[in-house]
Design a protein around this ligand. Structure first.
Ligand code: NAI
Length: 461
């Protein structure tokens, strides 16, 4: 029986980061992973492969939309098998990278699926290992929807959507959230007619409403169709086609739509099956999230949990931050995550990024705020690369000028957001950003202009 200071269950971004940081802090660490490769959902069937396909199809989109405008005449042809092979190669490089980091940091990979027979013990296959502390970082899986049976061939989740044998001609996406719009974009750019059916009257709930409207308009221009305020009732597969039945909420009328592929993207739920949590007495919420205190401790001493398996946004980087915090806590340091400054990014073209408060949340809280907004139309660099649509919006406290949140839609928004995150971590005022020299010509000047717009006004507006 091997003995460890810490056994982490799950090698996704939360688990592997926790294991590496704990090892760096001097603990003897093992990480259990049942998949053939490390990296969890994110590296194997989530963030990384979808970004590879988003990149490839963005390039394709550029050839159709903008090449000729720049005097480049090209007629691209898609080799779908090769594009998938490229995506698989990207996955391989990333997952092997984690294996290398485990070796470098002396983290033992216990291959197999873990269960916890009692606190202090982790069973993997026929072997039981001992650990002073256990961290559950088992992640999440696609949530099911009544009436929709997933076969991962015609009716797929995000996992099956990465592995389609044939390019669909017509695709229905259930859910206008992050996965639906990212994967919907991929197939729309590859020539599919994509219709998104969304329950609410808007896309990307939780994000800034103005961004959501602009985003919908731009995606529509790119060829995607939207049916809002519609609840999907069921799907039926006949041979190679599926029919989707939905009801419009405004009048309860029932409608049907046919497709070669249906993507179910109505959220994810914590994955905690098979670990024996109930028998151990670990408390969970109704939604299946493991309950933890502010130090990530579960209701059973010596067992901690983090990432998608606990409360909070289901984001790889939130899990990573929690992984580092738990490792630090277990090593006797003061681990901490600032949940007020966790960015969210949608990797479409244009990208959408947000952090902190929205106008909606500030209004609800009755907090006085001001808005500094700047359109990418006024940004020379954005115009030069045909990405003048979209804007940067900074929300700041009306009296103190402290930055409370930011919402971006435009080129490189997912990277631009981070200077605002850093500013927020330091409790900066919009004026601090406005007085920081930004190189010209960069997209980041739009951030500075939005900060200027919180004060005496933007220059290029
Ligand atoms: P989501 O929560 O972002 O969106 C689900 C959407 O489905 C919502 O808009 C909801 O109103 C709608 N919906 C629910 N039931 C419906 C029904 N019966 N008919 C029609 N619409 C219905 O969930 P999503 O996109 O599946 O993503 C899951 C998680 O993974 C999220 O937490 C997301 O943040 C995360 N993720 C993050 C990524 C990123 O950071 N770029 C990429 C992919 C996933």
């Amino acid at each position: 029986m091997a003995q460890f200071d810490l056994i982490v269950i799950g090698a996704g971004p939360g688990g592997y980061v926790c294991a590496i940081r704990a090892a760096q802090l001097g603990l003897k660490v093992a990480c259990v992973e049942g998949r053939e490769t490390l990296g969890g959902t994110c590296l194997n069937v989530g963030c990384i492969p979808s970004k590879a396909l988003l990149h490839a199809t963005h390039m394709l989109h550029e050839t159709h939309e903008n090449f000729e405008k720049m005097g480049i005449i090209a007629k691209p042809k898609v080799d779908w098998a090769k594009m998938r092979a490229y995506k698989d190669d990207v996955i391989g490089q990333n997952t092997k990278g984690i294996e290398f980091l485990f070796k470098k940091n002396k983290v033992t990979w216990l291959k197999g699926w873990a269960s916890i027979p009692e606190a202090g013990k982790v069973k993997v296959g026929d072997e039981t290992h001992q650990a002073k502390n256990i961290v559950i970082a088992s992640g999440s899986e696609a949530a099911s929807l009544p009436g929709v049976e997933v076969d991962e061939k015609i009716v797929v989740t995000s996992t099956g959507a990465l592995e389609l044998e044939k390019l669909p001609k017509k695709m229905v996406v259930i859910g206008g959230g992050v996965i639906g719009l990212e994967m919907g974009s991929v197939y729309a750019r590859l020539g599919a007619e994509v219709t998104v059916i969304e329950y609410l009257d808007r896309l990307i709930p939780g994000n800034d409403g103005e961004v959501a409207k602009t985003f919908q308009r731009i995606l529509k221009k790119q060829g995607m169709e939207f049916i809002l305020g519609a609840a999907v009732q069921k799907t039926e597969v006949k041979k190679t086609k599926a029919s989707v039945t939905y009801k419009l909420r405004k009048d309860d009328s029932e409608h049907q739509m046919e497709a070669d592929c249906v993507l179910l993207a109505t959220g994810r739920r914590p994955f905690t099956d098979g670990m024996g949590l109930k028998e151990l007495g670990i408390e969970t919420t109704k939604g299946g999230q493991i309950q933890t205190d502010k130090h990530y401790a579960t209701s059973v001493k010596g067992i901690y949990a983090l990432g998608d398996a606990i409360a909070g946004p289901m984001l790889a980087h939130k899990a990573e931050d929690e992984g580092m915090a738990v490792a630090e806590i277990l090593a006797g340091q003061a681990g901490h995550v600032n949940y007020g400054v966790i960015p969210g990014v949608i990797y479409t073209t244009p990208e959408v990024a947000s952090v902190g408060e929205t106008e909606e949340s500030l209004k609800e809280a009755g907090r006085a705020y001001k808005v500094g907004k700047f359109s990418f139309m006024g940004n020379g660099r954005a115009k030069a690369v045909f990405q003048g649509e979209g804007f940067v919006k900074i929300l700041a406290d009306k009296e103190t000028d402290r930055i409370l949140g930011a919402h971006l839609i435009g080129p490189m928004a997912g990277d631009l957001i981070h200077e605002i995150c850093v500013a927020m971590e330091f409790g900066a005022a919009a004026e601090d950003l406005a007085r920081t020299c930004h190189a010209h010509p960069t997209f980041s000047e739009a951030v500075r202009e939005a900060a200027l717009a919180c004060g005496d006004g933007a220059i290029h507006a």
